[in-house]
Ligand binder design. Sequence first.
Ligand code: FAD
Ligand code: DHB
Length: 390
Amino acid sequence: MMRTQVAIVGAGPAGLLLGALLGQAGIDNVIVERSSAAHVLSRIRAGVLERGTVDLLRRVGCAVRLDAEGLIHEGIDLAFDGALHRIDLKHHSGGRTVTVYGQTEVTRDLMEARSALGQQTLYEATDAVLHDIGEKPRVTFQKDGREVELACDFIAGCDGFHGVSRQSIPASALRQFERAYPFGWLGLLADVPPAGDELIYARHERGFALCSMRSSSRSRYYVQVDASDRAEGWSDDAFWDELRRRLPESVAGQVTTGPSIEKSVAALRSFVVEPLRHGALFLCGDAGHIVPPTGAKGLNLAASDVHYLFEGLREFYGERSTGGLDAYSAKALARVWNAERFSWWMTSTLHRFPDQGEFGQRLQLAELDYLTQSDAAMSALAENYVGLPL
Ligand code: FAD
Ligand code: DHB
């Protein structure tokens, strides 16, 4: 039997960041990950980091490449009615900015730092089962054809929306809040220069589109598609055509097309469970909540959960006080619900809904029009987009 202080289930950004913070504080931890490291790194997801997320990565010494290669963005563009409207995030948020740096790179940096420090991540550890999560918890799993048992003081459930941690909590102990959206995002990654210097969130009668990037030579684009669409059903040409149709002409003309490196569909969902703790098990990141990607909050919320949980664990091991751990769920949920509201609002304002009708379309345009004229509305967008304080 293995033993550690904190067993972390899942080596996504939440699990790896928590492991790095705990390791730095001298708190022993083991990460148990179902997939291979290569598979974890193959998933193209978030691209926008709030300042709080960047600060956490700096604190654990994992921001050298981020500080060298991350792109600082001071604004975003909204596109509607054939025109671009810039929102000056920096001006409207008291000087704050966001950093464009891919989730894949964050994960890679955290993985490399972890292995350099000799901290344990067990990849391809399948069939994880959580036992006795009320107290004296254990995690069992299959590794290299053998069953392994890991005893611990606490379990951090960082295993994403489809993980085992949330499902290990009795249904009667959780409340679930959910909204599914009747569409998805088809994303395409390509080694072509981005259409502009900043991100463009576009509302169009045919549906939403987003121009994002990973570097000055790598672009990430998204188009709203039917929830049932498969990436295989979309050729690269069809994607580029649809993207350009949804952008103002001046932007469409700046889109450089090229072969896709990756193409995938993500479903859009709002989801929260309460509380984020059951006994010695704490849920972090997507294991406890999902936001639709509009507004780029998913990864940043995972980081803020980790921050609160780490503070609680540090207090426990340093001072034998459970105060921080007892406060974890309420503290994390307060921030989660703010991001849920913002992501829902941004999704509702920019997407085409099957049942919105012409009245709904006019309301969207009025909302966007107001947004680009009113300092108060721009400030409300900016302070949420750059990230509310931890
Ligand atoms: P995850 O990244 O999901 O990591 C969970 C880890 O746990 C995975 O490595 C998984 O293999 C592992 N795991 C799962 N089950 C088990 C198990 N039983 N045992 C052991 N390990 C297990 N956010 C944005 O801000 N912008 C975006 O554009 C964006 N796009 C997205 C696209 C998709 C398809 C998805 C699914 C999410 C997207 N998100 C986006 C959200 C963002 O990527 C997530 O919020 C973020 O990855 C959450 O990190 P996490 O560590 O909590 O979970
Ligand atoms: C990206 C994803 C988002 O959800 C978003 O709001 C902005 C950028 C991206 O993948 O680059």
